[in-house]
Design a protein around this ligand. Structure first.
Ligand code: ATP
Ligand code: MG
Length: 295
């Protein structure tokens, strides 16, 4: 077991994020058991933070699903009287890296692999939504893959517990808005009507799937790096994206349901879990095991 951070030794850095670093660590008594250690630093003013990390800790500790990255322990280090400190999460190590890393290397993925990914993300979302949690940051770098090719949802840094009212504003959380649904842009900027927040995660899944098939962020060409306003305009006011001709009918129909701009007409997680794209036989055979990164 892991009784304290002193039981662990850092081996490498796996990633840097908003307000935190993720290390690959191993147990000092067992060099073959690896974990991922995410350390979030915070100070009195909460600077460097999207939201107090206690919610992220709470979600990680409670979640118990094969489609959500497991958290073995959470340690708090610092001053309990509102001062600074850091919160460390000991998580299962996902050897395959993130979908972002996989796309960097392979550029695109075939439909047989995308459907396994889609199915896993939907199962994970179904579990989270059942706990009243909206993830709100489904994107390639937050979908992790292990050596068996299993895909799991990670990073609850901007997640939200639905209580009828929308809370928080993380417009500044860099990199999060590209996968954000039109209704969330509305809400964050102008306080629009209170949409069903759960289907925002479905939108993001659709964007990710199209990116996997095309090999680039679907709203723009491969080399384009749009600013925030251009991005928002394309997502909220642009024409509905045309599906690539090479895609199967099932893929097109599935992603069209995800990328429905009007959240009231968008597919729900349960509808999509029963969609032919994830129900067809070829979707149960192979996962991402051929795509996981070595080393
Ligand atoms: P960001 O702000 O960039 O979204 P973050 O600070 O919220 O990041 P995470 O998304 O949890 O942090 O992790 C950052 C990166 O670290 C991931 O994209 C992934 O590459 C790596 N990583 C995180 N957790 C794990 C894990 N359990 N196993 C392997 N790699 C991980
Ligand atoms: Mg992340």
């Amino acid at each position: 077991g892991i009784r304290s951070l002193l039981d662990l030794e850092k081996v490498a850095v796996l990633g840097h994020g908003n307000g935190g670093i993720v290390y690959k660590v191993h147990h000092k008594k067992n060099y073959n058991s690896f974990y991922a250690l995410k350390v979030l630093r915070f100070d009195q003013n909460g600077i460097g933070f999207r939201q107090p990390p206690t919610l992220e800790a709470e979600i990680l500790k409670r979640a118990d699903s094969p489609y959500i990255v497991r958290c073995h322990a959470v340690f708090y280090n610092g001053d309990c009287n509102g001062g600074g400190g850091d919160l460390s999460f000991v998580m299962e190590y996902m050897e395959g890296g993130s979908l972002y890393d996989i796309l960097q290397q392979h550029h695109r993925l075939p439909e047989e692999v995308i459907c396994v990914l889609a199915k896993s993300v939907l199962e994970g979302l179904n579990y989270l939504h059942g706990m009243n949690i909206v993830h709100r940051d489904i994107k390639p770098s937050n979908l992790l893959v292990n050596e068996k090719g299993e895909v799991k949802i990670a990073d609850f840094g901007v997640s939200h517990v639905v209580e009828g009212r929308f809370k928080g504003n993380d417009m500044n959380a860099e990199g999060t808005c590209a996968y954000m649904s039109p209704e969330r842009f509305d809400l964050e900027r102008w306080g629009g009507e209170n949409a069903d927040e759960f289907v925002g995660d479905v939108w993001s899944l659709g964007v990710v799937m199209l990116e996997c098939l095309l090999g680039h962020f679907p709203f723009f060409g491969p080399q384009q790096r749009p600013d925030w306003a251009t991005l928002m305009c394309a997502i909220c006011f642009g024409e509905k994206l045309e599906m690539p001709e090479k895609a199967s009918q099932e893929f097109q129909s599935f992603v069209n349901k995800c990328l429905e701009k009007d959240w009231k007409k968008r597919g729900t997680v349960l509808e999509l879990l029963n969609h032919p794209f994830v129900k067809r036989n070829s979707c149960s055979k192979k996962g991402m095991e051929d795509y996981v990164l070595c080393g």
